[in-house]
Design a protein around this ligand. Structure first.
Ligand code: ATP
Ligand code: MG
Length: 180
């Protein structure tokens, strides 16, 4: 499994529709300060269901929508789609390619799509449990996160090991059935 592409439109500094394509290997994104490198990582975090605006360096969720520049009007919605190669079927679905899309409108309305079909945030979360990719996964290591892991509470550190060990989905299911 690997990340094939990220398509952004109206997300943060990316007003126009932009498609980043990747190959099965290492890709570096370079550019001057403020050119939008971190916004690319924010886009991936956001599409994976990040609900905390602070994690995306914003005040509220609508702050991810392109807010305009001197010569360009603000946009009314933001959209991000990531496509993963799933030919090894590491993700528990039949598709050999999985596209996750998230959209948000200024009204606050938002939607998630899985290969083009509307789905719930819960479906996205479950798809990525134990892969290390979800929003709580370790596939995106942000600035300061290593410090946080080292100085965090043992329970928080434990979550990381649970994810790596592949037992998160069992724990969640157990908790859900205990609640019933
Ligand atoms: P550095 O090298 O300093 O880390 P960077 O390449 O990571 O920089 P980013 O932090 O990704 O840069 O991009 C910051 C830019 O994104 C700023 O110019 C900021 O104005 C712009 N930006 C962030 N949110 C929005 C938004 N909602 N609408 C328009 N522009 C935005
Ligand atoms: Mg940055």
């Amino acid at each position: 499994m690997y990340l094939k592409s990220i398509e952004v439109q109206g997300f943060k500094s990316f007003a126009n529709k932009i498609l980043f394509q990747f190959h099965n290997g290492i890709t570096g994104i370079v550019g001057p300060n403020g050119s939008g490198k971190s916004n690319v990582a924010d886009a991936v975090r956001w599409v994976l269901g990040e609900q905390r605006a602070k994690q995306l360096r914003g005040g509220n969720m609508q702050d991810v929508i392109f807010s305009g520049t001197e010569n360009r009007k603000p946009l009314s919605y933001a959209s991000v789609a990531i496509t993963l190669d799933n030919s090894d079927h590491q993700l528990p679905v039949d598709f050999s390619e999985v596209t996750v899309t998230r959209k948000i409108y200024r009204s606050g309305e938002s939607e998630y799509l899985l290969n083009g079909s509307a789905c719930r945030l819960k479906d996205i979360n479950e798809l990525f449990y134990d892969t290390g990719i979800g929003k709580e996964g370790y596939s995106i290591i942000g600035q300061g996160q290593i410090d946080k892991i080292l100085s965090g509470k043992p329970e928080e550190r434990r979550e990381l090991f649970d994810e790596a060990a592949g037992i998160v989905k069992f724990k969640r299911r157990k908790n859900a059935s205990l609640k019933k």
